[in-house]
Ligand binder design. Structure first.
Ligand SMILES: Nc1ncnc2c1ncn2[C@@H]1O[C@H](COP(=O)(O)OP(=O)(O)O)[C@@H](O)[C@H]1O
Ligand SMILES: CC(C)(COP(=O)(O)O)[C@@H](O)C(=O)NCCC(=O)O
Ligand SMILES: [K+]
Length: 261
């Protein structure tokens, strides 16, 4: 059953069309649009697709944006929107948040994607799931697939805008990441990058101490590539982590439906 997977963040909507709910598979088609361009999807990007048989998505951008996406899905008959809501347990992952449904659905889906990849690889290590988007999240998954908790930080753009709007003297072009910045641009760019790197490295220590095993670090999100050169812990950039998670949820639900007869 062909499946349209959609990840709606606070800056961009990412989508991928898959032939089946088969995590890790290559998409038939995929794309990215900024949220202000959602209205182009039905008339441009999606107009040329073979009609998907099912949809699954996660959305952290609010109800208004979600409705705008649903309007675009009306391009196809009979494609009910199916948005993942974090539960107590799904696809082998359990949710340790105080209020499980209040966890960002993109974080939940990324954790499920990371767990699916661990099982696939036969890797028994805990995992630190890092998503560098509008915000940055650093989430801990133990060896049993338990989400232990995680950090939320401002992303690069938000950090810079906060400093620009809160001061008179910090409106400068983007700089370089260097160990000892000697101008305002470099000081800001390096400050933001090392703040994020420091949070990741700290969480790496927390998780290693909790599990007695150094975690695997998987990093995803539109700005992951900016962080990768500056992390001192070994890590992997995994572009399709959220899509792996969305497909793993769809697959697990399909299996449960078949098993229930
Ligand atoms: N070419 C690019 N276009 C858009 N954003 C980019 C680009 N390169 C890096 N970024 C960064 O990626 C972030 C968006 O990443 P994304 O994972 O789509 O975020 P979100 O899921 O929050 O919408 C932007 O805030 C920006 O910092
Ligand atoms: C932390 C987030 C803002 C990240 O959003 P993103 O950077 O992907 O746009 C999002 O996951 C969210 O709204 N979470 C809800 C609160 C929580 O996870 O505790
Ligand atoms: K995201």
């Amino acid at each position: 059953m062909s499946l349209l997977a959609i990840d709606v963040g606070n800056t961009r909507l990412k989508w991928a069309l898959h032939a089946a709910a088969d995590p890790g598979s290559e998409p038939l088609a995929q794309g990215v649009v900024f949220l202000e361009h959602i209205e182009q999807l039905a008339e441009r990007d999606w107009a040329v697709l073979p009609p998907p048989e099912a949809m699954i998505g996660c959305c952290v951008a609010g109800d208004t944006v979600r409705r705008r996406v649903q309007e675009q899905l009306e391009l196809w008959d009979n494609l009910p929107p199916r948005w993942v809501v974090p539960a107590l347990r799904e696809a082998g992952v359990s949710n340790g948040y105080d209020h499980p449904a209040r966890l960002g659905s993109d974080r939940w889906v990324a954790l499920i994607g990371a767990h699916w990849r661990q099982r696939q690889a036969g890797d028994r290590r805990p995992v630190l799931v890092v998503m560098v988007g509008t915000a940055v999240t650093v989430d801990a998954l133990d060896t049993e697939g338990r989400f232990l908790g995680g950090l939320i930080l401002p992303g690069h753009g938000i950090m810079l805008r906060a400093l620009e709007s809160g001061t008179a003297g910090l409106r400068v072009p983007t700089g370089e990441v260097v160990p000892f910045p000697t101008n305002t641009s470099d000081a800001l760019t390096s400050g933001g990058t090392y703040a994020i790197a420091g949070a990741i490295e700290r969480m790496h220590r927390h998780l290693a101490a909790r599990c007695g095993l150094a975690p695997r670090v998987v990093m995803s999100g539109g700005a992951g590539w900016k962080m990768a050169p500056h992390l001192s812990v070994p890590h992997e950039l995994v572009d399709g982590l959220i899509f792996d998670g969305l497909l793993a949820v769809a697959e697990a639900r399909e299996r449960a439906r078949v098993a229930a007869g």
